[in-house]
Design a protein around this ligand. Structure first.
Ligand code: BTN
Length: 319
């Protein structure tokens, strides 16, 4: 209900909305309207009240919680099961636990802080409180196992588009899962699949976005950054989440309907280092060559100095 009150206030952004209107729309008493307004104010929303006029949402703080997200969902959003926690070890870990309890397709887990955030290849993911977006999605796609890495690329395109819409800044994608701004990593995606021997049961897509951090640990300060550090602006995390969920939902459904060939050009248009010399560190050793692009399956194609083509399924890319 708090989400619905917030939604009504937001739809009337430049004028007042009367308590009576809210109470009629939501079929609640005026006293309940006042209680929800009070609760929203306590969370940090600045809501002006003028007698005979009603309420006006003056300032939206960077509040991330379940109803802040819910109030921004589209009516047909698949992300109806939203779990928000202040502090977790890792939203991936919470997702695994919820999967065990039968969590539905489209479950979204968001945390304000992670104490053991994880990245690809067992790396740590720096996830301090109040500054970034740490979230995991539980999806149950009907796809072949070898298609799962494509979902990382779908998520990367959705994320780049969402950041553009919410901040007006362009970010680039580094294969397979890094989002790069001014040469530094500002977001990453970690896709983990759960399967039977012959079919995908579920996929957990973990997304970390460095939004408003002002500092980074020394060990990663030269490679990682935040949107805020790069632009000297601050951003509303929930607005980025809103855009991401919208973008991801339609790209995901279009991908399932039309295949990866629909996603490929969108990914390539934002890709960094295509046509350039790269070093791919794979589990089987290092390969140097020119990144030619990605295949129709989303595999990275690399041509070495002798003209041999290689297909890279999993690697760390150095530019
Ligand atoms: C990477 O670039 O290596 C992937 C980083 C993924 C980080 C996100 S933050 C939310 C989710 N929970 C985690 O512990 N990791 C992912």
């Amino acid at each position: 209900m708090k989400a619905k009150v917030l939604q009504l206030l937001r739809t009337c952004e430049d004028h007042f909305v009367s308590g009576e209107h809210i109470s009629n729309q939501l079929s609640i008493s005026r006293t309940m309207v006042w209680k929800y307004i009070d609760a929203l104010r306590k969370e940090g929303y600045v809501i002006k009240a003028v007698s005979n006029k009603g309420y006006h949402l003056v300032e939206e703080m960077d509040v991330v919680n379940e109803h802040a997200i819910r109030s921004r969902l589209e009516v047909d959003a698949i992300f109806q099961n939203i779990i928000y926690e202040d502090t977790v070890t890792s939203t991936q870990q919470v997702a695994y636990k919820l999967l065990g309890e039968g969590a539905p397709h489209g479950t979204l887990i968001v945390a304000n802080e992670q104490t053991s955030g994880r990245g690809r290849l067992g790396r740590e993911w720096y996830s301090p409180a109040n500054t970034g977006i740490w979230m995991s999605l539980i999806m149950r796609p009907n796809i072949e196992m070898q298609q799962t890495p494509q979902l990382t690329l779908v998520a990367a395109v959705a994320l780049a588009r969402a950041i553009k819409e919410a901040t007006n800044y362009d970010v680039q994608i580094k294969w397979p899962n890094d989002l790069i701004f001014n040469g530094k990593k500002i977001a990453g995606i970690l896709t983990e699949m759960q399967s039977d021997p012959d079919r995908v049961k579920s996929v957990i897509i973990g997304i970390g976005i460095n939004v408003n951090q002002q500092t980074f640990p020394e060990s990663i300060a030269n490679i990682a950054s935040s949107l805020s550090l790069e632009t000297r602006e601050t951003f509303h995390r929930v607005a980025i989440i809103e855009h991401f969920l919208r973008e991801f939902q339609w790209l995901y459904h279009t991908y399932l309907e039309k295949g990866f060939s629909f996603i490929k050009p969108l990914w390539e248009a934002r890709a960094i280092s295509i046509g350039e010399e790269i070093l791919a560190k794979t589990a089987n050793g290092e390969l140097k060559g020119v990144a030619e692009g990605i295949s129709d399956e989303g595999v990275l194609l690399l041509k070495d100095s002798e003209g041999n083509s290689h297909r890279i399924y999993s690697a760390d890319i150095h530019l």
